[in-house]
Design a protein around this ligand. Structure first.
Ligand code: SF4
Length: 457
């Protein structure tokens, strides 16, 4: 039998409980168990005035921001509209049906003001990581690191070529917030101090962003989102914003390793990373300063293309401080440096080892070793010991397992861009990038908690 037509007819009274209309298996219901904002009000109290109009509840704003990052809603205007009409979002934000949703302008005022001053987003991230540790999701033994390039809110039309850019002419008192932040980080290892090489273009609206062509297509302005993760369950244990150049990304990883130890008392045994992190200086820092085993492919520029003996065919003898060539003869540190009373270390931090001219002239293998030179030279970096260790580790089964684990950090970045839609920043300046990366990492950790810890029945 055909039923009656459904007609809209507003009732005078409703009996409605929001709780009944959020499905038990809804993602936000699962995540809500791990959002603990109990200390937030006391943390923020010093940043609010004792008099004046009552503010919008900061917990409501944080919950709304979390909804935005968890559900991939990038626009704050759209977020306000969605929270208005979506019952699950209202439930998560503790808003009843009739409660008004804050205006989008409230977010910008608080983000740039008291949220940033109080370091609230870091506190939130830290509390979620602490919960992950308490739930046993962080093993603390094998960490992985990587960086992903995220487009900045800046374009080429509003940029200046490096020949015309002069940071000293900028007056911090009159420039916009993002430019002021740029001036503040000029000596920061993750930004201005990372490299002396000037970028080809500098954005006038967000000068701390990096002009980069690293993704092979047309160049653009970007920041790098750096993650340090525990590889057991891909929990992000630290996050850092930096310029999109290798030196800044490597520096960020060092900052994160030290901060993770100080904040969460985590001492990883192994760090897994790609070749970008395999410089001799970085390997030495990991091995000799931090006591961490590098499961990292080394940056090796000694490969030969003419078919002659590779450096790997010369074995270093620690006792004799000499390389032993394929026929068993020694290559010793070059003598010229000692004669000139200079350091034997060259400008590229290597010591050159030379075979004897007599040995090479008589050698039957010379055409396979140094056909165009009178003797064979082999360079040894001052941190070659750390490189040797990384080479040895790369031959182990644990290394193969580590490379599989490294994919987890890449998958987190893929998730960040595709599902959470963070492929372009909405906020400008280093602090804007930091805020967005922190909230996104918090949202990813919350999603992971919700997925791995089943709801009690
Ligand atoms: S050419 Fe010189 S360094 Fe090379 S194998 Fe012969 S003796 Fe050794």
């Amino acid at each position: 039998m055909l039923g009656p037509r459904q007609e809209f007819q507003s009732a005078l009274f409703y009996e409605f409980n929001l709780e009944d209309h959020v499905p038990d298996d809804h993602l936000l219901r699962s995540i809500d168990r791990f959002v603990d904002l109990g200390d937030m009000r006391s943390h923020l109290r010093p940043f609010y005035s004792d008099i004046g109009r009552p503010s919008v509840d900061p917990e409501l704003m944080i919950r709304m921001l979390l909804v935005g990052y968890i559900m991939g809603i990038r626009s704050e205007r759209r977020l306000c509209d969605e929270v208005h009409v979506n019952l699950a979002y209202r439930w998560f934000c503790r808003l009843d049906l009739g409660d008004p949703v804050p205006d989008q302008s409230t977010f910008s005022k608080n983000r740039h003001g008291r949220f940033r001053e109080s370091d609230l987003f870091w506190q939130l991230f830290e509390s979620v990581v602490t919960r992950c540790i308490a739930e046993g999701l962080v093993g603390g033994e094998v960490f992985a690191t990587d960086a992903s390039i995220i487009r900045a809110d800046a374009n080429k039309q509003k940029s200046t070529p490096k020949e015309e850019w002069d940071a000293s002419s900028l007056d911090p008192a009159t420039v916009p917030r993002a430019v002021k932040e740029y001036l503040e980080v000029l000596d920061d290892a993750a930004f201005g101090a990372a490299s002396e090489v000037e970028p080809k273009f500098t954005s006038r609206s967000d000068p701390a962003s990096q002009w980069t062509g690293a993704l092979k297509g047309p160049a653009f302005f970007a920041y790098s989102d750096n993650y340090l993760i525990d590889t057991d369950h891909a929990i992000i244990v630290d996050v850092e914003a930096s310029r999109s150049i290798r030196q800044a990304e490597v520096g960020s990883t060092r900052t994160m390793i030290v901060r993770t130890r100080e904040t969460f008392d985590l001492y990883p045994e192994i760090l897994v990373a790609d070749t970008a992190y395999g410089s001799a200086e970085n390997l030495n820092w990991l091995v000799n300063k931090e006591g961490i085993l590098p499961h990292i492919p080394i940056i090796d520029k000694s490969r030969r293309k003419d078919g002659t003996f590779e450096k790997s065919e010369f074995v270093y003898d620690h006792e004799k401080d000499a390389y032993i060539c394929p026929i068993g003869l020694p290559l010793r540190p070059t003598q010229r440096a000692y004669r000139n009373r200079k350091s034997p270390v060259a400008a590229d931090n290597t010591i050159r080892y030379r075979a004897s001219k007599y040995d090479c002239q008589e050698c039957l293998l010379k055409k396979y070793c140094c056909p165009n030179q009178p003797v064979r030279n082999v360079g040894r970096h001052i941190y070659e010991g750390a490189r040797d260790l990384a080479r040895e580790l790369s031959l182990t089964d644990a290394y193969v397992d580590s490379q599989r684990r490294r994919k987890k950090v890449e998958m987190l970045f893929a998730h960040l861009k595709r599902i959470m839609k963070l492929d372009r920043l909405r906020l400008r300046g280093p602090n804007g990038a930091k805020d967005e990366f922190l909230l996104a990492a918090t949202a990813q950790n919350l999603r992971k908690l919700a997925k791995l810890i089943p709801q009690p029945v």
